[in-house]
Design a protein around this ligand. Sequence first.
Ligand code: ZN
Length: 385
Amino acid sequence: MICEGAAGRSERRKTNPYAALDENRAQIVGAQGRFKNSVVAPVAEVTAAQRLLDQCTSRLDGIQMTFRARTFVTPAVAALLSTFASASVVRSHPAGAAGPALPVGAASRVLVVAPHPDDETLAAGGLIQRLHAAGGALRVVFLTDGDGFPEGVKAEEGRENVTASDYRAFGRERKDEARAALHALGIHDDTATFLGFPDGGLSRMLTGYWSDRRPPYLSPYTRRNRPAKSELLDADARFHGEDVTQELATLIAAFRPTAILTPRKEDQHVDHCAAWFFVADALGDVTRVDTGYRADVLTYIVHFKSWPYESELPALSGGAGWLRLRLTDREMAQKREAIHKYKTQMKVMDWFLEAFVRRTEVFAQPPSPRVQLPLRRSPCDQFKS
Ligand SMILES: [Zn+2]
């Protein structure tokens, strides 16, 4: 076969590529009586075969990235938002393009994907509050603990020579800060999931460190090659890209978000860019198994040129139009309070974090991505961590 030996799913994954996903779906069926007529296993087999075929195509084409054309907003989002057309939601109309409204309402289920603790608050601290107030459901998934930040660790320890143990302790501290920040935003239930993948290493796992055909990526900071045990959804997870996809797919299948907020691939932080690829890949996995499921992917920007110091919008195309959420004074104050919970970050870059306490939060809904990982070369490697 032409793609034999391709750097695709490992043997473990190919045997049952949606093992965790299927198990999760079984729980959902049992708990809620849904999907009574779904036949998961055969679908998984078909989709696994399709995936292998896709990987062959991917091998031939190099980076395969196709985009499904879509209009401004899906009917599901439009229906949700018709019940939430308040004056506080501002529709943007940049360059003559009408922007859709934001997916915030009682029926909304929003998954916020944060590469590091603080991204969720910086990008969506207002949206999280608005969602909570509207009675919607929230889940925040942190891909890394933010434990690969030398300047931060040195500032925390007060010395130049820091150890792997210091980096690990820093990661634990940032997780505590994330919980405190969500609390400050009014989120008191357990909505956070920390996957514990390597800060600064996500892009490497899009390519060479994809599967267990190779040893896992080793963090030069924490000296870990797998998530800390307490973080595991999949007990076998290592610092391999397919494990990131698998964990995300498991979360998406269990939570079934109506909208997923994720960094945009143009974000100039290497982990943020890589996060977009993993989310797109995981969502593709879920929709191949659950063909009736759709989620809107909304993107946010944290690191891009002089953002967030522009007066209105990042210097990027808004795709189908930028979505703007206008924050109230109270929401801005709570967002500032949440940002200040990130003491380790405030210590070294308060000027940057404070700049996200803006009157508006902006998101984009680019065409739905279809990405097939792994990549031969990661476009994210051009960015710094
Ligand atoms: Zn980040």
